[in-house]
Design a protein around this ligand. Structure first.
Ligand code: SF4
Ligand code: SF4
Length: 280
């Protein structure tokens, strides 16, 4: 049953599929954010991951094109198809785990934790992004089900830092991602490795990163609306409405593409999964 559901997920667009026991979340997150809070009687969480930008998009000289060319919803399709299979073939309930925020930055359930507990990756120094050992940066979606499936093991080895990054840290005291966005130079990242090459300290300024990596989206639309509705000059108000900034803010919400990520710099330099981003 577990193998069949994974095969369905792979066929529907999941590059990687992992499974966690629903109660594995309990020691890490408070009540209200556990699988059983989304679906009473939850037994399993199935996670699907897939690449965001294509290998070609990573090589585009205009970095902003990446904002609008991700294929980042394939994992959601895989989750929906697996939900249908679980409900129609096995007669158990399944629900996609909500991953967009319902309060502040907090989603009902953490996709990062789901990816870690299902053995698909580990936390990195770059904005805590979960890196898959084969592909590096992936986008994740998950479902919660009352079906009892065989869970995967959490990864034993840290994906981050890579061997290359450990060598760089020993020579220069930094890693590619930390050097791309250093906290002390107006960036968002800081961290250190211990003697064994494992992460001993990491810092991520989420608010600063959000304001850079989410230039266009819900926040920018709200900000623009306040400015536009309080602008007394009619001509200026009109030009604000037709500005590129307001147009891209609307576009980000309508297509929900540009709101996924608008800064990839710490991941652009990450060696994990690099071979999949460098094709002919
Ligand atoms: S996404 Fe951009 S702003 Fe955020 S930590 Fe990475 S490099 Fe810095
Ligand atoms: S560049 Fe990638 S592997 Fe290296 S430290 Fe940063 S996130 Fe980890």
């Amino acid at each position: 049953m577990t193998d069949e559901i994974k095969a369905v997920g792979h066929k529907a667009g999941g590059l990687v599929i992992g499974i966690a026991a629903a109660d594995a979340f309990n020691e890490f997150v408070p009540e209200g954010h556990r699988p059983g809070d989304l679906l009473p009687g939850a037994k399993s969480v199935v996670v699907a991951g897939n690449l965001g930008p294509t290998a070609g998009a990573w090589r585009c000289p205009d970095h902003r094109v990446m904002e609008i060319t991700g294929y980042d919803f394939r994992e959601n399709v895989a989750i929906h198809v697996m939900c249908d299979t679980i409900e129609q073939r096995y007669g158990h309930q399944a629900i996609q785990a909500g991953s967009l925020p319902t309060g502040g930055h907090q989603p009902p359930m953490s996709m990062m934790l789901a990816a870690v507990l299902s053995g698909l990756g580990t936390r990195s120094l770059a904005a805590n992004i979960i890196l898959n050992p084969e592909y590096g940066l992936l986008y994740y979606a998950a479902l919660v089900t009352t079906l009892d499936l065989e869970p995967d093991h959490v990864l034993e080895d840290d994906v981050c830092p890579s061997r290359h990054c450990i060598q760089m840290y020993r020579k220069l005291g930094t890693t590619p991602c930390l050097a791309s966005c250093p906290k002390d130079e107006g960036g968002c990242l800081e961290g250190s490795l211990d003697e064994d090459g494992r992460i001993s300290y990491s810092y991520y300024d989420r608010e600063r990163c959000t304001s850079r990596s989410m230039n266009f989206g819900i926040g920018s639309l709200q900000k623009s609306l306040v400015q536009i509705t309080t602008e007394p000059d009619q001509d200026r108000r009109r030009s604000m409405i037709y500005s590129d900034f307001f147009t891209q803010s609307l576009s980000a919400l309508c297509s929900y593409k540009e709101s996924v990520a608008q800064c990839f710099e710490c991941m652009r330099v990450c060696p994990v999964g690099m071979e999949h981003r460098r094709l002919k």
